[in-house]
Design a binder for this molecule. Structure first.
Ligand code: GLY
Length: 419
């Protein structure tokens, strides 16, 4: 979301290199066959569908307070600015502006971004990177007006400063959840929290204040040590003793079982360590991202269409629900990881991401305008153990799908905001 725009000269150079590679190496197997629609055409069509569908969604939620998150009981489920998903709707509007250049999306994006402002001072949760980054972060990347840029920068810096209050130096982590009554946890940290570090890495640069970066790196290092299993999969939650930093428990609250591989958790880790490598160039992070990619891509229970079941270890597979949100996050992450990989590995990651996006672009997953409550992707799973948002639309599935489409376009053409 905070990726810096590539300069025109770099863009031109990248376009030439991409063109040469295409000539020298030939097109990849996925689009070499004459009867396969070029992925660029798929992306362009998806953007048209997305624009039509989000016009429906915008009209549906006009006048309702808050942000559309999902569909419950046949109606759009709206949430307030304190919800961890609040930023994804404005974020998707920014991506639609980026994809189409249509200023209508910018107007809507600015309106909904402003509504996420209360998260700046919310000390009760760790998700401020999601809540502020998707709206303000993308907005900062895409607007030129100096007053708006200053306001967005200030909002992001305030959010980053708030997020720092949840860091415990003894543990070396940012606490994810507050302790609700009767909990057995003392200092819970979930793998999803890797995603919030992008806000801190941006803040370190924006404010020229290394402390944000130090905290982000400490958190990523601690998670690297404690969240992962030998096969590259991760536990969802690690609970720490806040006084000593010792690990008290490892579990998977949002997945099938403590020892299982919750699909979205794997996708958050893949995206998080790829992003942290981009920001730090620490090889440990790059190697972890590759390990997660191998686990995810080669999993024997990953379906042929590349859209994972919600948990790789649910014994109900193949009758278990899928999670298109995990697929979209993983596709977006792999497109970035490809840019840090040798040629063969990069080709494998891009082909996998392309196959994922082709599946998500098919009628099996992509809604027709007017269907699916106005959201783009069907078959996402939010919190199966809690019995909520199972096999339906989710605003973050749409957000990462749009991001992956933009990244795919940039990877294929060398043009775009993806560095
Ligand atoms: N961060 C919460 C989730 O992935 O559902």
């Amino acid at each position: 979301m905070f990726e810096r725009d590539i300069r025109p000269a770099r863009r031109a150079a990248k376009t030439i290199i991409c063109s040469l590679l295409l000539v020298v190496c030939g097109a990849s197997a996925a689009h070499a066959a004459a009867d396969v629609e070029p992925i660029a055409a798929v992306v362009d069509r998806d953007v048209q569908v997305a624009a039509a569908q989000y016009r429906v969604l915008l009209a549906k939620v006009a006048g309702k307070p808050g942000f559309p998150r999902s569909v419950a009981h046949g109606d759009v489920r709206m949430v307030g600015p304190g919800d961890w998903t609040a930023g994804f709707f404005p974020g998707s509007l920014w991506y639609l502006f980026e994809a189409t250049g249509d200023a209508t999306w910018k107007t809507a994006a600015m309106r909904y971004t402003a509504l996420t402002a209360p998260a700046k001072f919310d000390k009760t949760q760790h998700d401020l990177g999601f809540m502020l980054g998707a709206g303000y972060g993308n907005g900062l990347r895409l607007v030129d007006d100096p007053a708006t840029r200053t306001a967005y920068r200030d909002a992001l810096l305030a959010g980053a400063t708030t997020l720092m209050t949840r860091f415990n130096p003894k543990v070396g982590s940012i606490q994810s959840w507050d302790l609700w009554p009767n909990t057995t946890w003392a200092f819970p940290v979930i793998i999803d929290n890797m995603m919030n570090l992008e806000l801190l890495m941006w803040a370190a640069r924006a404010a020229d204040e290394p402390r944000y970066r130090e905290v982000a790196i400490a958190h990523a290092d601690t998670a690297l040590k404690n969240h992962f299993r030998p096969d590259g999969s991760s536990f969802h939650l690690v609970d720490y003793d806040p006084k000593t930093g010792a690990v008290r428990a490892r579990m998977t609250v949002q997945g099938y079982a403590n020892g299982s591989a919750w699909a979205r958790g794997q996708a958050w880790g893949l995206y998080g360590y790829t992003m942290m490598y981009r920001e730090t160039h620490k090889d440990d992070y790059l190697q972890q991202a590759h390990r997660i990619a191998r686990f995810y891509m080669n999993h024997p229970r990953l379906p042929a269409d590349r859209i994972p079941f919600w948990d790789f270890d649910d014994p109900a597979i193949p009758a278990a629900p899928r999670d298109s949100s995990a697929a979209a996050i993983a596709a977006s992450a792999l497109l970035e990881l490809a840019s840090f990989s040798d040629r063969d590995t990069a080709a494998r990651y891009r082909d996998f991401a392309e196959q994922t996006l082709r599946s998500l672009s098919s009628g099996a997953y992509l809604a027709q305008p007017g269907d699916n409550g106005g959201f783009l992707l069907k078959h996402a799973t939010g919190h199966k153990p809690a019995g909520t948002e199972i096999d339906g639309p989710l605003n973050y599935a749409d957000y990462y799908f749009l991001e992956a489409l933009l990244r795919m376009k940039a990877a294929r053409t060398g043009i775009g905001s993806f560095h």
